[in-house]
Design a protein around this ligand. Structure first.
Ligand SMILES: *[C@@H]1O[C@H](CO)[C@@H](O)[C@H](O)[C@H]1NC(C)=O
Ligand SMILES: *[C@@H]1O[C@H](CO)[C@@H](O)[C@H](O)[C@H]1NC(C)=O
Length: 312
C-alpha cells in the first residue's frame, strides 16, 4: 500500500510530464491509431514537385512576413521577392478559421486574451501591429491567388472542425491543390486530412531539440545526465517521426529545422534517395541562405525576405 500512496503523492515536474506524455503518445497512441486504420499511399511527388519548382524561385516568407500573418505582409513579401507565405491556422470561438501565430493576442494586437475564446466579430476590431487586421483563411487565400503566391498552411490546433475546414477548402476550389501545402507538427492531424483527401499535399514539421531546447525557456540544461537523457528522448521521437510515422502517413515532404540539417541529424542525401523532399526553417543569415539555396538546393522559410544588405 505504501508504494501507491507514494506514487499518488509524487509530484512530477513539467519536464517529466512532457517526456512521459510524449512517449505515451508516440509509442502507443500514434502507432495504434495508424495500425488499426492502415498505412496511406504516398503523397504525389509530381504534384509536390510542381509546387516546389514554383516556390524555389524565391524564399518563403515565414509567418507571411511583417506584420505576421496579415495581408499587408503578403504584399510586402511578394514585392521583396518571396514566392510563398508560411501561415498559421487557428480557430475562433465561433468556428471561423483565421491566421494567427500565438495562442494569446497580447504580443501582436491591441488587446489581450486567448484567440480561441474570441468571436470573429471581436477579432476583426483588433489591430495587428497598429495598422493591419487578422485575416480569415478565406481572405488570405484570395490574396495569395491574386498575388500568384504559394501557401504553406500550418495547422496548429487540435480542434475537431479544423480537419473538415481544410479538406472542404480544397473540394470547393481545386486550384488550391497546386497552390497550398498543409503542414503541421502533429502527425495525427495530417493523417486525418489525408484519410479524407489523399490528394492534398501535406508535410510534417519537425525539430529534433524539442526536449533539449525549450524556445520559451531557452536556459541551458546544466545537469549532464539530464541532458543526455533528454537528447536520447529527442532522437527517439525524431527517429519515429522521420521513419515509421512518415511511412504510415505516406509523406513526400518533411520540414526539418535548419539546425537539424546543419548538424547532420537529418541526412539530406538519404531523403533525396528516398524521394522525400525537404523544406527548412527559419533561415535568416545571408550565408545560410546561400548555403541552403545554392549548395543544398532546398527551399527555406525566412523572416528576412530581403538580404541583410538590402534591409539596411
Ligand atoms: C484597437 O484599435 C482599433 C483601431 O485603432 C480600435 O478600433 C479598437 O477598439 C482597439 N481595440 C482595443 C481592444 O483596444
Ligand atoms: C467536436 O468537439 C465538440 C466539443 O469538444 C463536440 O461537441 C463535437 O461533437 C465534436 N464534433 C465532431 C464531429 O466530432
Amino acid at each position: 500500500m505504501q508504494i501507491f500512496v507514494k506514487v499518488a503523492r509524487w509530484k512530477m515536474n513539467p519536464l517529466a510530464l512532457r517526456i512521459i506524455s510524449s512517449f505515451t503518445y508516440f509509442v502507443f497512441v500514434v502507432p495504434c491509431h495508424f495500425l488499426f486504420r492502415g498505412f496511406l499511399a504516398r503523397n504525389s511527388l509530381s504534384k509536390l514537385d510542381y509546387i516546389l519548382e514554383g516556390i524555389k524561385k524565391g524564399p518563403i516568407a515565414h509567418r507571411g512576413g511583417i506584420p505576421e500573418n496579415t495581408l499587408t505582409a503578403f504584399r510586402k513579401s511578394k514585392t521583396a521577392g518571396a514566392t510563398a507565405v508560411e501561415v498559421d491556422l487557428q480557430m475562433t470561438r465561433d468556428g471561423h478559421p483565421v491566421l494567427f501565430h500565438d495562442d494569446a493576442i497580447d504580443r501582436l494586437c491591441n488587446g489581450s486574451g486567448q484567440l480561441k475564446d474570441m468571436t470573429l466579430e471581436h477579432i476583426k476590431t483588433l489591430d495587428v501591429d497598429g495598422h493591419a487586421k487578422i485575416p480569415t483563411l478565406h481572405e488570405a487565400i484570395s490574396a495569395i491567388k491574386e498575388l500568384e503566391m504559394y501557401m504553406l498552411l500550418e495547422v496548429k490546433c487540435y480542434n475537431n472542425q479544423t480537419v473538415n475546414i481544410v479538406t472542404d477548402l480544397f473540394k470547393s476550389d481545386p486550384e488550391l491543390y497546386e497552390r497550398i501545402v498543409v503542414i503541421s507538427f502533429f502527425p495525427h492531424i495530417l493523417y486525418q486530412i489525408r484519410r479524407i483527401d489523399p490528394d492534398i499535399i501535406v508535410g510534417l514539421v519537425i525539430r529534433q531539440t524539442v526536449f533539449t531546447v525549450d524556445p520559451n525557456n531557452p536556459q541551458k540544461i546544466t545537469n549532464k545526465w539530464k541532458l543526455m537523457l533528454l537528447r536520447a528522448v529527442d532522437r527517439i521521437v525524431a527517429g519515429l517521426l522521420l521513419g515509421f510515422v512518415r511511412k504510415v502517413l505516406g509523406l513526400s515532404l518533411i520540414l526539418p529545422h535548419k539546425v537539424d540539417i546543419l548538424e547532420e541529424r537529418v541526412d539530406v542525401k538519404y531523403f533525396h534517395k528516398e524521394g522525400v523532399r525537404l523544406v527548412t526553417w527559419t533561415v535568416n543569415l545571408d550565408e545560410e541562405k546561400e548555403y541552403f539555396s545554392n549548395v543544398l538546393q532546398l527551399p527555406f522559410m525566412t523572416d528576412h525576405v530581403l538580404s541583410q544588405e538590402l534591409q539596411q
